[in-house]
Design a binder for this molecule. Structure first.
Ligand SMILES: C[S@@+](CC[C@H](N)C(=O)[O-])C[C@H]1O[C@@H](n2cnc3c(N)ncnc32)[C@H](O)[C@@H]1O
Length: 244
């Protein structure tokens, strides 16, 4: 998963598998499957996994990682109909055009819908990157429109608008472990804020600002650990009723 260092998603995957009751024989549709890391873990439990993603490169990687699964290029707004026992939208909703339509389709295809999202900014240590670079960047404009899906109330509202009932919400802390400074800083230059800050102030200033801000997170061995909160929401279509 490209949202953090290798392996960070394992606690989140396990929380979803547990909360959604995935086990041997469970049929799972993984919407926006990416390179198939969650699918690999689900298939390891004996689940029968189908995955779709709009990115053909990600689909090819997933198919190679989970040869026993079925993967295809596809849009989560119009997924395979199934039915599936569980439909998963793992770190997907902020990336789609219309999260309500995606969740309606998920509820029509599956008996249980599992959604994961980042926690709010103040719940995630990765905000330290933005805080470190803020002095090097133009002032941030206040966001317009509805609150983001990282807001738990907004997430519940969007799930309700899709005609689904919330069964439960679990909070999961995922440590982001970086073995050294280069692993901490390097990926930042691949992000929009890292590139903008480097253009404005130079890569050395970016590096110094981040290392200074994260000095308290450095272990005696020179590694760094950031802890970030994610939410797992389990939803179902209302009893006896398919989602709209
Ligand atoms: C942040 S990644 C998460 C990948 C994977 N679910 C995971 O947790 O490792 C978001 C993924 O959603 C895919 N995606 C974005 N919009 C999509 C859509 N409308 N339908 C299907 N996949 C989509 C992207 O190509 C990307 O692979």
């Amino acid at each position: 998963m490209s949202e953090g260092p290798a392996g960070w998603g394992t606690p989140l995957y396990d929380a979803v598998l547990d909360a959604a009751g995935v086990g041997a024989g469970t049929t799972v549709l993984d919407l926006g499957c990416g390179p198939g890391e969650f699918a690999r873990r689900a298939a390891g439990l004996g689940a029968a996994v189908t995955g779709i993603d709009v990115d053909p490169g990600a689909v090819a990687v997933a198919a190679a990682a989970v040869p026993e699964g079925a993967f295809a290029v596809g849009d989560a707004h119009d997924p395979p109909h199934g039915p599936f026992d569980v439909v998963v939208a793992m770190q997907l909703l902020p990336h789609v055009r219309n999260p309500v339509v995606v969740l309606q389709a998920a509820g029509a295809a599956g008996a249980t819908v599992a959604i994961t999202v980042w926690g709010a900014e103040q719940e995630c240590d990765v905000r330290a990157f933005g805080e470190a670079l803020a002095p090097l960047l133009p002032p941030r404009r206040a966001p317009e429109g509805p609150p983001p899906l990282t807001d738990p109330d907004r997430l519940r509202q969007v799930v309700g608008l899709a005609g689904l009932e919330v069964v439960g919400v679990t909070e999961v802390i995922c440590p982001f472990d970086y073995p050294d400074e280069d692993e901490l800083i390097g990926p930042l230059f691949g992000t929009a804020i890292g590139r903008t800050a480097a253009r404005a102030a130079g890569p050395a200033a970016v590096r110094a600002a981040v290392l200074d801000r994260l000095a308290g997170r450095r272990t005696p061995g020179g590694a760094y650990r950031l802890e970030n909160l994610f939410r797992v929401l389990i939803a179902r279509p209302p009893a006896g009723q398919p989602a709209p």
